[in-house]
Design a protein around this ligand. Structure first.
Ligand SMILES: Cc1cc2nc3c(=O)[nH]c(=O)nc-3n(C[C@H](O)[C@H](O)[C@H](O)COP(=O)(O)OP(=O)(O)OC[C@H]3O[C@@H](n4cnc5c(N)ncnc54)[C@H](O)[C@@H]3O)c2cc1C
Length: 464
């Protein structure tokens, strides 16, 4: 009975959208409800609004931005990014920044300003390793990428999927030794992939693609004031009342060709969203989508995803000298790629005494565990003589858990056509998707993907 009433309201609203505006004070009637206000959700919201669609963004945190983490030192006002750092020099990025009045500049990421140390992530002891000149190997890597130009646009895979893309990356490296000297640089840029050498080559290629190879030499876009959070603060000003922060979908009473009817838990109590379309931008793991009334077809698709773990932090009171930079390498692995879980790197920030420390894992870990491991690693650095004496333990200035980070499926699933099936969910039951699982962990690339492949058919589905 309830279901039938909802169906009737939605059907009538679809025909007479404006006459229902007065219906219930706490009900939002919208063209599109967007779940998640990270890179993809925020971009989609701005674009849909520009196209004259009414929208609402439902974001579980107290701000937009997802993996964007900017810390500002309360004393000096200096900032340190411990999430998203750089953007591609692409039209979609320049247009977005112009729209939001965000100033930017080009940064060529030079070699580290201070000679890095290469340390074993388990012991924090030096490993005999010297980073190779990667120029020729990067060229050979780019030539491999160029065989699959559609991968730059999305998970648009040849059919059948070439064996090379399914092969664990470690084996791919053995097959193509001319790219081996680029492994460490690809690993460093493509953090968050978990067990790097065992991942199907497809995911390494998606993570470290031609745009990154190009921008390494020609430069990335960075915000002029070194505050990436500004992008999202300005977006929030544009979206204003179309934004429900600290809010999640508590239940979905209807999701079909007529639209969606959802109950939202907000800090001010429960509210209801009736929307003609739903755009999901959060990682599509089953545990994230439990309240969206998934059907069998959706459930079995999303259930196939595994995820890696990725954690970022700012730590002070370490005693490390301000120019201390360390990368983890293993003494006895292929190309010295470290075995995770473990610390990726320790790099200084522009805030005196504050170091950025990243940590990765093949699967999710608890925050307590990761924090303990990071502190234990810093203590090993201290014990190994890298730091000056300090009193007290290292402390976290900031910490972010980015789980679930990289969503992957097995090579057998990829070969069976997983990504074809995954993409075929677009538009099913009035629901559309974007976000990293649909393309890659890269804000700029996701903006381009959303702009080119998600919003046009979504808008077209309105019949306008
Ligand atoms: C440490 C780090 C460094 C990075 N550096 C860069 C970089 O330099 N350049 C770059 O381009 N990319 C970088 N990335 C990758 C980039 O951040 C991602 O590709 C991008 O954020 C993915 O966007 P998304 O929209 O898919 O997800 P997200 O940005 O993660 O957005 C998802 C949003 O959904 C919200 N959410 C989750 N669950 C729910 C729920 N149930 N209900 C409501 N809301 C929910 C989250 O709070 C989040 O705001 C980095 C990532 C990390 C972790």
């Amino acid at each position: 009975m309830l279901q039938r009433t909802c169906n009737t309201i939605l059907a009538l609203w679809f025909i007479f959208p404006f006459s229902f505006g007065f219906c219930e004070e706490e009900t939002f009637y919208r063209d599109v409800a967007i779940i998640g206000g990270g890179a993809s959700g925020t971009f989609a919201a701005l674009k849909l609004k520009e196209q004259g669609k009414s929208i609402i963004v439902i974001e579980k945190e107290n701000s937009l931005g997802g993996h964007t983490n900017t810390y500002q030192d309360p004393g000096t006002r200096q900032t340190a990014e411990y999430g998203v750092q750089v953007f591609h020099n692409q039209l979609v990025v320049r247009d977005l920044f112009k729209r939001l009045n965000v100033s930017w500049t080009i940064a060529i990421l030079q070699d580290d300003p201070f000679p890095p140390r290469f340390l074993d992530p388990k012991t924090a002891e030096p490993v005999h390793y010297s980073s190779p000149n990667a120029t020729a190997a990067l060229g050979a890597y780019a030539a491999q990428l160029a065989k699959y130009p559609d991968l730059e646009r999305g998970f648009f895979l040849p059919d059948p999927v070439p064996e090379d893309l399914l092969t664990p990356f470690g084996e791919f490296l053995q097959k193509y030794p001319d790219i081996q000297d680029a492994t460490f640089i690809a690993f460093s840029y493509g953090q968050g992939l978990g067990d790097y050498l065992k991942q199907p080559t497809l995911y390494v290629f998606k993570n470290f693609g031609l745009d990154i190879v190009r921008d390494i030499s020609s430069g990335f876009i960075v915000t002029a004031n070194h505050n990436n959070y500004d992008i999202y603060a300005r977006a929030a000003e544009v979206l204003q009342r179309d934004l429900l922060l600290n809010s999640i979908v508590a239940s979905t009473t209807q999701r079909d060709d007529n639209g969606v009817d959802m109950n939202i838990r907000t800090p001010n109590g429960n509210t209801r969203v009736l929307a003609k379309k739903l755009l999901i931008t959060i990682p599509p793991k089953l545990e994230n989508l439990g309240h969206f009334a998934l059907d069998h077809c959706e459930s079995i698709t999303f259930a196939r995803f595994n995820n890696t773990g990725y954690y970022s932090s700012l730590v002070n009171n370490t005693g490390l000298p301000q120019n201390f930079t360390a990368y983890s390498v293993s003494p006895d692995t292929q190309q010295n790629i470290p075995i995770l879980p473990g610390v990726y790197n320790v790099v200084p920030t522009s805030i005196d005494g504050v170091f950025a420390i990243k940590y990765g894992s093949p699967s999710s870990l608890s925050d307590d565990y990761v924090k303990r491991e990071i502190i234990s690693y810093v203590k090993k650095l201290q014990a190994n003589g890298h730091a000056n004496p300090v009193s007290g333990d290292p402390t976290f200035v900031a910490y972010a858990n980015h789980d679930p980070f990289e969503l992957t499926v097995s090579p057998a699933e990829i070969a069976r056509g997983f990504y074809r099936d995954f993409y075929s969910l677009q538009g099913y039951r009035s629901t559309w998707y974007t976000g990293a699982a649909f393309h890659t962990q890269d804000s700029s690339m996701l903006w381009r993907f959303t702009d080119s492949y998600v919003l046009p058919p979504l808008l077209k589905s309105f019949g306008s």
